[in-house]
Write a protein that binds this ligand. Sequence first.
Ligand SMILES: Cc1cc2nc3c(=O)[nH]c(=O)nc-3n(C[C@H](O)[C@H](O)[C@H](O)COP(=O)(O)OP(=O)(O)OC[C@H]3O[C@@H](n4cnc5c(N)ncnc54)[C@H](O)[C@@H]3O)c2cc1C
Length: 449
Amino acid sequence: MTPRTSSFVHADVCKLPVGIIGGGYAGMAAAVELTRHGVPAVVLERSTVLGGRARCVHTDGYALDNGQHLLLGAYTELLRLMRFLRVPPRVLERRALELRTASGELHFLAARAPAPWHLALGLWRAHGLDWNERLACLRLMRLLRRKRPLPEPLRSVTELLAYTRQPERLNRLLWHPLCISALNTRPEEACAHTFQHVLQDSLGAAAPASEFLVPRCDLSELFPVPAARFLGSHGARVHVSATVKAIRPLSEGGFMLEGTGFIETRVGHLIIAVAPYHVEPLLAPLLPKYPELVKRIQNIEYRPISTTWFHPGADWRTPHPILALTQGPAQWLFDRSAFGDPQGLWALVASASEPASAEAHTTAVWQQLRRELDRPLSPPKWARTVTERRATFACLPEFERPPIRTPMPGVFLAGDYLDPRYPATLEAAVRTGIVAARTILRGMSKRAS
Ligand SMILES: Cc1cc2nc3c(=O)[nH]c(=O)nc-3n(C[C@H](O)[C@H](O)[C@H](O)COP(=O)(O)OP(=O)(O)OC[C@H]3O[C@@H](n4cnc5c(N)ncnc54)[C@H](O)[C@@H]3O)c2cc1C
């Protein structure tokens, strides 16, 4: 698969920095991994802030998370890097897995017990489930906990739910909202295997893996900014407002990076850590003999996420700071005042649906809120919908992840769309950054020995 050219395997390239295009979670994870092993890295990020799709948006004097990101205890690699960077644990609020619908129809709280008893006891005590629904939950969890792949004909989440005879009400209250928010893809088209992996590594693992970790700080401060501080104090370089426009392979080995906002830079290896829709102009000229890889990335489908922010009126109260919504368009409500947000905003997240317009969506979510909380609310003091149209790739059964190592020697990809196990998440992005960095490190140590 990977041809080697003699020009590239020049001893000199190992002394050059590794170039990383993109300062999102994938690119910054790769840079930290290389730097902590003593390999110099240079990160080029075209935006003015680090963090990519997980960033802070400033609007009307408010500082907002562009998507109300939620982490899980199962994000082992991101959490490991945060510990390494000494990010204080208080930036994340840890909460036991709790699913409480705004309507009060369902309330599940994982018990304080070792796995799998935290779920079994939680189900036993759950409010709003009959015995048939409890047994159906256990049936699905038993299938998902198996380390074996799912039976072959099962492709979509809808097929998986039908196969395990989930009652319609349970689908509506639990599985559909979980699938849409975890995979950003509707159950009828979402990949059953990826859903299995998410549930296996969270609900099916030790109790802390299923905990919700809610950021109490700006998303850049969660990881990319502490990472940049570490890189800066260990000899690596991070440039923002630096757009790479061309990559020129050099006959003497390595690559010349050209663009705006930075001085032409020669690098030995390269990690292209941009979103898939930005890959083509960078990768296609390097891979004229492999158009199928570029095409595969170009053909990726995307799904949007809309987040509606409300500055609540004085009479706005929730029974719990995180509520599941079941009537659409939004699936989750977060009362940010419970997470140290001085603005005290409410965020309502609607995954996998394209709003006709921001105004229409804001109105629809406002009506949904009143309906599901089932009481009159004074109008919000301020409201805004932020839609990321290409928020994540569509997690479809037929989507085969491109490889991290490209056919061009010395060129690697990193990003949430490459991890074979997870949907587009911060954890998937970080994992692929680490894999790309470790592959380079292994290659270097082989050449040195
Ligand atoms: C609204 C929304 C809500 C989400 N909610 C969650 C959630 O709750 N939990 C979760 O785990 N995940 C969530 N995600 C997914 C998560 O944000 C992404 O999976 C992750 O941020 C992707 O990181 P990445 O590094 O792969 O790519 P990106 O974040 O896209 O980073 C790529 C970077 O490359 C830069 N770049 C592009 N082209 C160039 C160039 N030519 N030169 C230099 N730089 C370039 C870009 O500016 C960008 O900073 C959400 C995403 C969105 C949009």
